[in-house]
Design a protein around this ligand. Structure first.
Ligand code: GAR
Length: 202
C-alpha cells in the first residue's frame, strides 16, 4: 500500500477520483494528507467529507518557497508519505521537495505536453485551434510542466464542441488516466501511451 499526499488548489475532482479508485480497489494506495494552498478551495470540503487529513497554508504568510516547503516536508514526513501527487496544484515545486522526493512527484496537466504548458492550457489549445487535445501525466522537475512524460491520452476535437464540453472530456479522461497511471507506477508495471481511440474500442 503506497502512502501518498495529494497537492491541490482548486475544486479537487481529481482528488475525488483518486479516492474513488482507492475505494474501488483499483489503486493500491492511501491518501495520508491533502496539501492545499487555498483555504477556500472546494477540495478542502472534499477532504473533510472523506475524512482525509489536510494541511492548508498561504504562501504569502511565508518569506520564501523554501520556508513553506520545509513546513510541508515536516507534515509529509510525519505521515511517512512516499509519493507526492499534484492534482491541480498551481505552484511550482521547489528544491526542498524536489530533493526529498526525487522522482516521486507526479503531475497531471490538461494538454498534450510539451504543447500548452502553464496556466489555462485548455484555453490556450482552443485559441490555437488544435484538432487533437488531451491529458499528460508526468514526473515533476523544477520547470513548468516539463518533467519526463509517463502517460498521455488524446481525443479529437469536433467542430461543435464548446469549451465546457471540452473541459468535461478532459476531466473524464483525467479521472481514469491518473489513478490508472499511479497504479502502474506504484506496482512498477511500467506505463505506456494510451490513445483515446483505442480505449473506446475496448
Ligand atoms: C485539472 O484539469 C488539472 O489537469 C489541471 O488543473 C485541473 C484541476 O482540476 N492542472 C494544471 O493545469 C496544472 N498545470 P480539479 O481541481 O477538478 O482536479
Amino acid at each position: 500500500m503506497t502512502k501518498i499526499a495529494v497537492f491541490a488548489s482548486g475544486s479537487g475532482s481529481n482528488f475525488g477520483a483518486i479516492l474513488q479508485a482507492i475505494e474501488r480497489k483499483e489503486l493500491d494506495a492511501t491518501v495520508e494528507l491533502l496539501i492545499c494552498d487555498k483555504p477556500n478551495a472546494y477540495v478542502m470540503e472534499r477532504a473533510r467529507q472523506a475524512g482525509v487529513d489536510s494541511f492548508v497554508f498561504q504562501a504569502k504568510s511565508f518569506s520564501s518557497k523554501e520556508q513553506y516547503e520545509r513546513v510541508i516536508l515536516e507534515q509529509l514526513q510525519s505521515k511517512n508519505v512516499e509519493w507526492i501527487v499534484l492534482a491541480g496544484y498551481m505552484r511550482l515545486i521547489g528544491t526542498v521537495l524536489l530533493t526529498s522526493y526525487e522522482k516521486r512527484i507526479i503531475n497531471i496537466h490538461p494538454s498534450l505536453l510539451p504543447a500548452f504548458a502553464g496556466k489555462d492550457a485548455v484555453g490556450q489549445a482552443i485559441d490555437y485551434g488544435v484538432k487533437v487535445m488531451g491529458v499528460t501525466v508526468h514526473f515533476v522537475d523544477e520547470g513548468m510542466d516539463t518533467g519526463p512524460i509517463i502517460s498521455q491520452q488524446s481525443f479529437h476535437v469536433q467542430g461543435d464542441m464548446s469549451r465546457s464540453v471540452i473541459e468535461d472530456q478532459i476531466h473524464f479522461i483525467e479521472h481514469e488516466l491518473y489513478p490508472e497511471t499511479l497504479q502502474q507506477l506504484f506496482t512498477k508495471k511500467g506505463v505506456h501511451m494510451v490513445n483515446a481511440n483505442e480505449r473506446m474500442e475496448e
